[in-house]
Every structure is written in C-alpha cells, then in structure tokens.
Write a protein of this length. Structure first.
Length: 108
C-alpha cells in the first residue's frame, strides 16, 4: 500500500537490437514503450504507447513488472513522483550487477 499515486514511464533503450518484436509491438529506443500509474491501494495501470496501444490493470506493480519489466531489453523506468518501488529497484539492480554495469536510479 502506498500513500500517494506514483507515475512512471518505461523506455526500452535496446529494443531495436532485439528480433523479438514487430513494428506494432515496439517504439524506437528513445520513445516511451508504456506509461503507468500505481494507485494508492497498490493497483497498477499500464498504458502501452506502441502503435497498437492497450491498457491493462494489475493487482500490483510487482505483478505488472514481472511480466513487462524486461531489464534484459534495456528497460529504463523513469519514476516521476518518487523513488522506484523496492521490488523494481532490486530487479533492476540485480540485472545491472549481473551485466557488470553501474547502478543509476533516475527519479524526477
């Protein structure tokens, strides 16, 4: 449970290097792939910004990012209203460390 809503925008900085998505399923690396909000009750909504956009509702941001987070695709999530939730900070940090990369958390 959170005390305030939290917005985020997800980019996949390396999606163009992968052969896993067609033009309907991805945007260029520098454009958002999806936007989301975590509501005060913990429910999470994601709105895809791709050519065939859709909206999904999840019980939690953890559930949503377990399916759509993909740090291996170069996913970078910008958290607009505070730090990344603990779950995502751990997932992202673990992945970056496994790749020998520095951990940089971006918050706006």
């Amino acid at each position: 449970m959170t005390t305030k809503m939290q917005r985020f925008t997800a980019y996949r900085r390396e999606i163009s290097r992968r052969d896993t998505h067609n033009q309907y399923q991805k945007n260029p690396d520098n454009e958002p792939q999806f936007e989301g909000v975590i509501f005060t009750d913990g429910t999470c909504a994601i709105r895809w910004r791709t050519q065939l956009g859709s909206t999904s509702i999840w019980s939690s941001v953890e559930d949503a990012l377990r399916i759509h987070g993909h740090p291996e695709y170069g996913t970078e999530i910008v958290w607009h209203d505070g730090p990344a939730p603990e779950y995502w900070a751990e997932v992202e940090g673990d992945y970056l460390r496994s790749q020998g990369k520095d951990i940089v958390m971006v918050t706006y």
